[in-house]
Design a protein around this ligand. Structure first.
Ligand code: ZN
Length: 274
């Protein structure tokens, strides 16, 4: 089997591993996306960039990916080992992550949640947290994140876990977090920020700065989430019935192809890059 990444996939690889400064690839991967006061979502590259971390006064880093580990000795870390597979159980970590994020924010800290591309795993954790500290459902919480980070796009399995979290567990998790951290210091600011972000989301959608995975074949997708090639290969279905390919899975495929071929998933529909 041979692996020949497309130009886009090659650029993704180069960008994530800090090998290029091409401004074209910065557009879909905003550096340090602020989604709430004291809460940022980023990619692996962001997590290594000491200048960016200091610029945004990041005190806490929640790393959630296959090889999560402490990089900066002067930051507080929560490292969660998790793959971007739809089968990966992420919801088992929601309470742990909520405690870490909430305690940090209550102390006036700034938290960066990052995975590899900052699209699926980190976004899922951010969505679960926002659901817990507000009364928003998972789709609204995802809009809040997307307004700050247009490429936010949890894989189908994670979307299902967020839906289940909403149906079965979030009420209890809200009670648990309030009991453990009775302070109401963040409540008003978070509510206001979420309303603002939901307004921003609608404006960004209107101006086609973000999309909901529904760009037609051949139409230019503002975030690159619905690239025409994605509709031909390796499709992942979203909860609202549309097909799109998770770019984070794709990024891992590229990395797997170049760095470690054995990491390629077994699903034959995802095994080809071109
Ligand atoms: Zn699109």
């Amino acid at each position: 089997m041979s692996f020949r990444p497309t130009l886009f996939e090659y650029i993704m690889f180069m960008y994530i591993f800090n090998l290029t400064e091409n401004p074209y690839v910065k557009r879909p991967f905003n550096i340090f996306s602020k989604v709430m006061p004291g809460l940022y979502v980023g990619n692996y590259r962001d997590s290594k960039d000491a200048n960016q971390l200091n610029k945004h006064k990041i005190t806490h880093i929640l790393a959630i990916h296959d090889t999560a580990r402490r990089i900066h000795s002067d930051k507080h870390y929560l490292c969660v080992m998790a793959s971007d597979s739809p089968d990966q159980n992420l919801s088992q970590y929601f309470s742990l992550c909520n405690d870490f994020i909430h305690a940090a924010r209550l102390r006036g800290g700034n938290v960066l949640i990052h995975c590899l591309a900052g699209m699926s795993r980190s976004v899922t954790v951010a969505v679960a947290y926002i659901m817990t500290v507000t009364n928003l459902n998972w789709k609204e919480s995802l809009k809040v994140v997307k307004a700050g980070r247009a490429v936010a796009n949890p894989n189908l399995g994670f979307q299902k876990q967020l839906q289940e979290f909403e149906t079965l567990r979030v009420a209890e998790e809200r009670r648990r977090l309030k009991e453990r951290y009775p302070s109401l210091a963040l409540v008003k600011g978070d509510q206001e920020q979420c309303m603002l972000m939901l307004d921003n989301y609608e404006e960004l959608l209107q101006s086609r700065s973000i999309c909901e995975g529904r760009c037609a074949l051949g139409e230019e997708c503002p975030t690159g989430l619905c690239r025409s090639t994605a509709q031909k290969e390796g499709q992942i279905e979203t909860l609202d019935g549309r097909n799109q390919k998770c770019q984070e899975v794709q990024a891992q495929l590229v990395i797997g192809a170049i760095a470690a071929p054995h990491l390629l998933p077994q699903d034959p529909s995802l095994a080809r890059l071109d």
